[in-house]
Structure formats: C-alpha cells, structure tokens
Write a protein that binds this ligand. Structure first.
Ligand code: ZN
Length: 255
C-alpha cells in the first residue's frame, strides 16, 4: 500500500473533482492521503474532507508563507484542531525565505511554538523549508526531545543538512516529483538517503512527475516518482514501497 504524505487536495483544481481524484489514487495503489493545512481556513476545509472520505487524513498548522493576518494568539485555535481524531500531524510548518524575507522573526516564532504544540499533543511535524534549511534544521535540533518527530518534506538541503536530519531520531525526508526532471540536481542527496528514513509524497497540485510535467499533480501520479526513486536507490519498487509503508506507519499513527 502507498501513502501520499503530502497533497493539498483543497486547491480548487483538485477539490472540484475530488471524487475522481480519490478514485484514481486508489486505482494507482495510493490508499491513504495526508492533506496538510497552511492556515486556519484550509484546516477547516480539510477536517470536513476527512469526514467525507476514509482515505483522507489531516495535518494542521500555519505555513510560513501564509502568516499574513495571523498573530501568535491564533495558535490557540490550532490546539482545538490538533485534538481531532484524523489529525495525523502538525503541518505544514517551517521557514520560507524565498517568498518573504521581511518576516523571518515572525516565521521563526510560529515555527518554534508549533514545534512545542506538536510535542504537547504527541504529534509528528511536517516541515517546509525553502532557502531556509540551515535555520530550520538548527531550530529542530535545539527543540529536539524524544517527543519531537517528523518529516522534512520536499527535502532540498545539502549533504551536511541531510546528515544533521539523519542524526535526529524519528525524522524522515521525502522528495517531490521534480526528481524525475532532467535538470534535477540532487540525485546524489537521494542516493545518500537511507531507505529506512524515506517517505513518499506528491505535494499536489505542485511538481508533477514526468510524464505529467506541466499538468496539475495528484496522488494518483505518485507511482512515477516512486519508480524513479527505486532506480536511484537501486531497489525494486515493490520492495521500496514496503519499506516506505513501514516508515510511514512508524511516524504517523493511523487508526
Ligand atoms: Zn505543502
């Protein structure tokens, strides 16, 4: 069984065809999908989706690129959502220096407090980094206790960053469909990722794998990313799927 640990299915292009998207995922072996929120509004939509579809699970959190109009007191609402049964993680949270460098201190504060909330609720975290992986890893290392576990999604760090993440117990990395593109530069980083620390994700609707490049990504396309990952890691895709399934269940506590 394949689990897509990261798909933003509330984007209109996907949400408007949600039944078909889920059906197609299932036909392609993807039986569970974690949909990460980026703010309170998306969290509400996702929680409704989890009631409607057995396959859909939620993560709730404030994305570093979606903090406008929110202040630190709004994190108390997140705690209400975190109690919900199908909430698998606090996410996606993190740091993004690509879009908005003006609010780095606010981003860091939201990130740090959400790491603490995750510990309080004994939930893993789903971490977004963009041009910020050094700082994000540094904060996680500082906050790391036995209770803090999680995923660096769409991992884009260098070998030293990867080494730091792998030194953290109960932390995993995942790579997106752009690893199938000809100009993808981080094959060597993937080669250095132990299979036991890997998760699968699409980041739908973004970064669709070849042969769907340029289209709207969806969980049903995940197998193309998995096949390329199997090539890079020199393992049969069936075997990789089994290993990653176990990794996913180690991190996320599905009922
Ligand atoms: Zn995302």
């Amino acid at each position: 069984m394949i689990i897509d640990t990261h798909a933003h299915l509330y984007y209109p292009d996907l949400y408007d065809n949600i039944e078909k998207i889920i059906e197609k995922s299932s036909e392609n072996g993807v039986k569970k999908i974690i949909v990460p929120a980026v703010d309170l509004k998306s969290a509400e939509i996702i929680l409704k989706m989890t009631v409607r579809f057995d396959e859909i699970y939620a993560a709730v959190g404030f994305h570093p690129g979606d903090l406008k109009g929110y202040n630190i007191n709004d994190l108390k609402y997140l705690e209400n959502y975190a109690k919900e049964e199908k909430v698998m993680a606090i996410g996606e949270i993190g740091l993004d220096y690509y879009w908005d460098k003006s609010e780095i201190e606010k981003q860091k504060m939201f990130f740090s407090v959400q790491l603490e909330i995750a510990k309080d609720f004994n939930l893993p975290v789903i971490i977004h980094t963009r041009e910020s992986v050094d700082d994000a890893v540094e904060i996680v290392v500082k906050k790391k206790t036995k209770l803090l576990k999680g995923q660096f999604h769409c991992f884009s760090g260098n070998l030293q960053n990867l080494k730091s993440v792998l030194e953290l117990d109960d932390f995993y990395v995942s790579y997106c469909g752009n690893l199938t593109y000809k100009n993808f530069k981080d094959i060597n980083i993937i080669k250095n990722t132990p299979k036991e620390r890997l998760l699968f994700e699409t980041d739908s609707p973004f970064l669709p794998p070849v042969p769907f490049r340029g289209k709207i990504n969806q969980p049903g396309y995940l197998i193309h990313t998995i096949e390329k990952l199997s090539d890079i890691l020199e393992v049969k895709s069936d075997e990789l799927i089994k290993i990653v399934y176990n990794n996913t269940l180690n991190l996320f506590k599905f009922n």
